[in-house]
Structures are given as C-alpha cells and as structure tokens.
Design a protein around this ligand. Structure first.
Ligand code: G1P
Length: 306
C-alpha cells in the first residue's frame, strides 16, 4: 500500500452562500479570527502527515496562492522595522507548505474539481479536504481517518449525524455500524430530496484510491446539474469495502453566514491572546445567562432610500 501524503483542496466554487462578501474575495480567504479559512484546512492536513498539497482554484482566486507564497517586500520592511514577531508570523505561513496549483476552468461541480487534480496526484491514494468544513478537534479529523485507512487499506469518508430535516443538504450514506465509530458503507446518495437512507452525512474529508479518477471521468451530471463526487464514490462502493468514520470534533460550515459566525465565536474564545478578553466581553454582553443586558454595539447605518 502506498503511503498517504497528498491532499487535494477544491477551492474553485463561487461562494454564493456568502454573497456579497465573496463577490471578489475568495470565500477560502475570509478570516476566521486571524487566519484565512483555508489555512485551518492546510494546517489540519500538515498535522495529519500530508505534505503534498494540491489546490484546485478558478479564475479570480489567485490571492489564495499568494497567501502561502513568500512576500519579499513585506518581509524586508518588517525586518528593517525590527518587527520580529510579525515577521515570524508571515514567514511561518509562507514556509509552511509548497502548494501545487491546478485550475478548474469551468464550474462543473466538486467531482469535476477533484478530477482536475488527477495529474498532480498521480497513482497514489490521496485525501480531499473541503475548506468550508472547518473541524475543531483534539486530534485532527484527517489524522483520525488516516488511522482507519492505514488499518484497512480501504477508502474512508468523514461522517456526522445530522437532523432528519438537514439530510437534503448533504451526501447521505446507507450501511451499518461496524463499531469503533466506523460505518460500513453500502451505498450513498447526494442531497436526497425524500427518503434519506440514514442520518449520517458525509462531511468534507475523504481518503480515496486513485481509481476514483477513472470513475469521475465517466460520471454524468447529477444533483444540481453538477458532476458530483458522491456519484463516483457510489460506484467505488461497488468495488469493495468502504468506510465512514464518525469523527470526534465539532464541525462548522464556514461557507455560509451563520456557520461562519459560530466558528468565529468558538475559535475566538480559544485564541491564546484574544480568548480571555473576548469571553469577558461576551459575559458582559449576555450577563452570563445568554440574554443581552446592554447592547451597546454600534448599529449599521440605515441604507438610504432614494
Ligand atoms: C459537498 C458534497 C456533499 C457533502 C458536503 C459536506 O456538498 O457534495 O456530499 O455532504 O460537501 O459539506 P456542498 O456543500 O459542496 O454542496
């Protein structure tokens, strides 16, 4: 079995759920406290032992690559002004990883985006991480899944139990519990409108064999008129054992407004420098009982009507 070392990050979507903020700024670059959303995903992959990182971008998303590049002028200026701490932070990001960038020229869906990474991945197993799905966990989610992959040598997807009414928003699996947080997957369906086969939803972490590429090539447009990764996975399930892993940790959908706000609050509360003061602020705001005692936050100006 080949060692798992590659992680693909599909970053080509329009981010329509976050308009207008993401009209020009890629959603992956929105800050979660003080780092762009994508950086959390990259750090998770690196902490899970993956060091060949492939970013699938699209037109207008080059700032994603710039963020992880060297910024000679900025670094020189910080050095001259003896801003050592800031320089350290900037250098840490640009030396963290070397990225391989590939382009998705048409917005044909997640399955198509993953297919674009085929040459960069080669003939080894690889992980896929959807940056919108931010996961706060003691052990990085991909590392938890990697253990299952190394033990079984079979594909693994991250699973989370969701409320019945939320099953329409996810890939939903069918199968049975195999113990140790594992689920033996027999089938799956992308965003079922009726009769979901379970309440276990696929969350954006996958460990896949290279055979998935030839299946993706044959996959026709599915839900939403897009080439769905779930539809190719469904074919892969037919070829042998396929596992779901109910990961330990809390997942946020940072690609939409409310999920992003929740993630911001939780990550800010855990931030080593900001956490204590932010907590005190929230306590004062809610008087410790979840109800605002005084709300002195400035209100947005009313939009002028002409
Ligand atoms: C994608 C996948 C879906 C999965 C979800 C997890 O959907 O297609 O199977 O459940 O990510 O976040 P999207 O959210 O891109 O519509």
């Amino acid at each position: 079995m080949n060692k798992l070392r590659t992680c693909v990050f599909p970053c080509a979507g329009f981010g329509t759920r976050f308009f207008p903020a993401t009209k020009v700024i890629p959603k992956e670059m929105l800050p979660l406290v003080d780092k762009p959303i994508l950086q959390y995903g990259i750090e998770e992959a690196v902490a899970s032992g993956l060091d060949k990182l492939v970013i699938v971008t699209s037109k207008g998303k080059d700032t994603i690559l710039d963020h992880f590049d060297r910024t000679a002028e900025l670094e020189r200026s910080l050095l001259e002004r003896k801003k050592k701490d800031l320089l350290g932070e900037v250098e840490a990001v640009s030396t963290m990883v070397d990225l391989i960038a590939v382009r998705q020229k048409e917005a044909l869906g997640l399955g198509h985006a993953v297919l674009m990474a085929r040459d960069a991945v080669g003939s080894e197993p690889f992980a896929v991480l959807l940056p919108d799905d931010v996961i706060l966990a003691d052990d990085p989610c991909l590392l938890q899944m990697r253990r299952v992959f190394e033990e079984t040598g079979r594909p693994v997807v991250a699973l989370m139990e969701v409320a019945a009414e939320e099953t329409t928003r996810y890939g939903i699996v069918a199968g049975e519990n195999a113990g140790n947080r594992r689920f033996r997957i027999r089938d799956m369906v992308e965003k079922p409108k009726v009769n979901p086969p379970s309440r276990y939803a696929i969350i954006g972490r996958y460990i896949l064999p290279p055979e998935i590429f030839s299946l993706l090539e044959k996959t026709e447009r599915g839900a939403g008129g897009e080439i769905q990764l779930t539809d190719a996975l469904r074919e892969l399930v037919r070829t042998g054992e396929f596992y779901g892993y109910v990961f330990e940790g809390k997942r946020y959908d940072a690609g939409e407004k409310l999920g992003y706000l929740k993630a911001t609050v939780d990550y800010a509360l855990r931030h080593p420098e900001l956490g204590a003061e932010f907590r005190a602020y929230l306590n004062a705001l809610f008087g410790g009982n979840g109800k605002a005692e005084h709300d002195d936050a400035p209100r947005p100006a009313k939009r002028a009507t002409t």
